[in-house]
Design a binder for this molecule. Structure first.
Ligand code: NAD
Length: 251
């Protein structure tokens, strides 16, 4: 039996990140669950679901705004499991800001998490991976293919993620390490359920009616694609971005 692989997932105390940890658990991939201390999400619930799925994981506090914190997070996989195979740069924030109120500070705060946070995660991950390693960054239709009023900073960060991933993929190809992105559409998570910065429950329900698939997405449906992109099934796929949106952006 080959040794079980190991992954780091940022922002895994909720939403898409939690679903990725559970997806990995069911495939015998050991995970370091990244949890952000400032948020109300419950990493123990992720851990419980991982164990229910028969998996192995540890919870580790990480703030993707800090290089030291992210380096320690990636190192935890090596210390705990003796290896790091997969890195999922999932942590992100969403903030609403009309252009006239989009101060330099708000812009930098957003990019620090949603773009530089991805760089820090991929960099720390790649430094500890060998041949067969794979990384996925979570972008958004707002950065990939879709304009969203009052979210210019979010969209810019998420667009930046796509360029970052393409270049990293080219650079790491000779080491047989892959880097890809997912571009989720509207997915029901704490982020999209926030009525201030996003659509809220009622807005999501209404938006779902306009999506060809007839509803918004589940976090597990994004996790499946992330799992595919890190798996050996995607061995020759690198530098790509897959839209997971129920047809929203091709309508
Ligand atoms: P979520 O709010 O449940 O997850 C985001 C996670 O990031 C949270 O657990 C939060 O604690 C963590 N986080 C925030 N700031 C952090 C920091 N500085 N350091 C470390 N962790 C931090 O929402 P989600 O929808 O699951 O979001 C996951 C990713 O998917 C995000 O990058 C988000 O932008 C992206 N996304 C979501 C949607 C959607 O409709 N939900 C659509 C497109 C893209």
């Amino acid at each position: 039996m080959p040794e079980a692989k190991a992954a780091i997932v940022t922002g895994a105390a909720s939403g898409i990140g939690r679903a990725v940890a559970v997806h990995y658990a069911a495939r015998n991939i050991r995970t370091v669950i990244g949890t952000f201390p400032g948020d109300p999400h419950d990493p123990e619930e992720t851990l419980r679901q991982v164990k229910d799925a028969g998996g192995q994981a540890v919870v580790h506090e990480v703030d993707v705004r800090s290089t030291d914190s992210v380096e320690a997070f990636a190192q935890r996989a090596v210390d705990e499991y003796g290896r790091l195979d997969y890195a999922v740069a999932n942590a992100g924030i969403l903030r609403n800001a009309p252009l006239g109120e989009l101060s330099d500070e708000r812009w930098h705060d957003m990019l620090d998490v949603d773009l530089t946070g991805v760089l820090r995660t991929l960099r720390a991950g790649a430094a500890r991976m060998g041949e067969g390693g794979a990384m996925v960054a979570v972008s958004s239709i707002a950065g990939g293919v879709y304009g969203w009023e009052e979210h210019a900073h979010y969209a810019a960060a998420k667009a930046g993620v796509l360029g970052l991933v393409r270049s990293v993929a080219v650079e790491l190809g000779p080491r047989q390490i892959r880097a890809n992105a997912v571009i989720p559409g509207l997915i029901e998570t704490p982020q999209s359920l926030d009525p201030v910065n996003s659509l809220g429950p009622e807005g999501l329900r209404r938006a779902g009616n306009d999506i060809p698939w007839g509803r918004v997405g589940h976090p597990e449906e994004v996790a499946e694609v992330i799992g595919f992109l890190t798996s050996p099934a995607a061995n020759y796929v690198t530098g790509q971005a897959i839209v997971v949106d129920g047809g929203l952006t091709v309508k």
